[in-house]
Design a protein around this ligand. Structure first.
Ligand SMILES: [Zn+2]
Length: 424
């Protein structure tokens, strides 16, 4: 997420705060200073309250993150936003049981915090409570609300106790992708197929989002409106991801490999890639050295970047993404796992190799092609069979011989020279 500042690193997880978080500090300062005799103290107290509140949110997210790590799901960062925190899981846990525990760990942290804080709140406020002051439950709630709006150590502990209970309960509402919604999906997925379970959870989540939005509008509560939006949009995004994965899991890498691809050599000029992009549908090119070893990839964004730098005499070897930075997969790997591999490695391309031999590239674009085309076929219940080439496929139908490549390179060289002469 852009515009975030790293605060700390705990257990290998970056705790970062989004710039919009500053808005909630301003809100806190305002909310606790307005209508007060001493607005400056109120504002400072408000900022302290918000910081402590969000410390609880960090602990909540750490509850998710550390449980996820326990199940070998990596969590690169936790981001704090004005509406709460987000723990970024690199992939969804494979088993519903794991998702259930990861989701419930966050609210559980809030309830534990409330249990720890409660005795302190009772101790600190019990001293200031006069006998006979509170006649019934409503008086008691009113008294608590007044307390929570005023500065003071006991009031602060009471505020944190109550908000932790509230955070725990609110997050347990079945509004997928909020924690409660994830718990619902996990429980459903224990007996239903994962896609069906997700569809039901998203449907319930949308109903909750509309409910939040209605309350948000009637109460002028901007936070509830933002959460309603997040639930609605986030739910749709996750459903799409789950449905895509469902399509991908039926195929393996060999079936999605492009055949008859153009390839580049390290010593060729960048112009050659431009030429190929202009005259073919291909956007990414495997790069070979003169002994026909796979050494890297030139992707369209990388080529565009090289062209921007304005050096047309650059060689492919200088602009390519080196092979060591490209994940290697086997042709039998399930496409859903290939997709996860791309996300985990933050790589738009993977190299398919069989016993050390390069077979081809798979890109994110190839994945979305499979999702679109095969997803549509699946929706139409159509029975489409993909061919699986039985024979091993080599990168180019007739790999150029060393001599042929050198002749072509020589020709390019003389082209450059004649151009130079013209320019001179
Ligand atoms: Zn949570």
């Amino acid at each position: 997420m852009g515009g975030s500042l790293r605060l700390a690193r705990l257990w290998g997880i970056d705790i970062q705060v989004h710039w919009t978080f500053m808005l909630i500090l301003v809100y806190g300062a305002f909310a606790f200073s307005v209508g007060r005799a001493d607005p400056v103290t109120g504002a400072l107290y408000g900022i302290l309250v918000i910081i402590l509140l969000f410390a609880c949110v960090v602990l909540h997210e750490l509850g998710h993150a550390l449980t996820a790590k326990y199940f070998h799901v990596n969590v690169p960062y936790i981001t704090l936003l004005p509406i709460g925190g987000v723990a970024q899981l690199e992939r969804m846990p494979r088993r519903p049981w794991h998702e259930f525990l990861i989701a419930i760990a966050g609210p559980a942290v809030n309830f534990v915090l409330a249990l720890i804080l409660l005795p302190f709140a009772i101790f600190l406020l019990g001293m200031s409570m006069r006998a006979g002051e509170l006649i019934n439950v409503w008086d008691f709630f009113g008294w608590m609300l007044r307390r929570m709006q005023q500065p003071g150590l006991g009031n602060l502990v009471l505020y944190l106790t109550m908000t932790n209970i509230l955070l725990g309960v609110f997050n347990l509402l079945p509004a997928f992708p909020m924690d409660g919604g994830r718990i619902l999906r996990a429980l459903l997925a224990m007996t239903l197929p994962y896609v069906r379970a997700t569809r039901i959870a998203v449907f319930v989540g949308r109903a909750m989002a509309i409910f939040f939005a209605l309350i948000g509008i009637s109460q002028f509560n901007i936070f509830l409106l933002l959460i309603a939006f997040f639930v609605y949009v986030g739910g749709r995004g996750e459903l799409e991801a789950v449905e895509s994965r469902y399509v991908l899991k039926d195929f393996h890498a060999r079936q999605a490999l492009n055949r008859n691809v153009h390839q580049l050599y390290t010593s060729e000029r960048v112009d050659r890639a431009v030429d190929l992009i202009m005259t073919s549908y291909q956007a990414d090119f495997p790069v070979f050295d003169l002994s026909n070893n796979f050494v890297g990839v030139v992707t369209r964004p990388r080529l565009v970047q090289a062209l921007r730098s304005g050096r047309p005499d650059q060689r492919i070897g200088e602009i390519m993404l080196p092979a060591k930075d490209i994940p290697v997969i086997s042709p039998e790997m399930n496409l859903a796992d290939v997709w996860d591999c791309m996300i985990e490695n933050r790589s738009q391309v993977v190299a398919v190799k069989e016993m050390g031999r390069f077979l081809g590239l798979l890109t994110l674009e190839d994945m979305s092609e499979v999702i679109q085309v095969m997803g549509a076929a699946k929706e139409g219940e159509g029975e489409i069979r993909l061919s699986t080439p039985a024979t091993h496929w080599t990168p180019a139908p007739t790999p150029e011989t060393e001599a042929a490549v050198e002749t072509r390179l020589d020709a390019q060289e003389s082209d450059t020279q004649s151009e130079d002469r013209r320019l001179g």
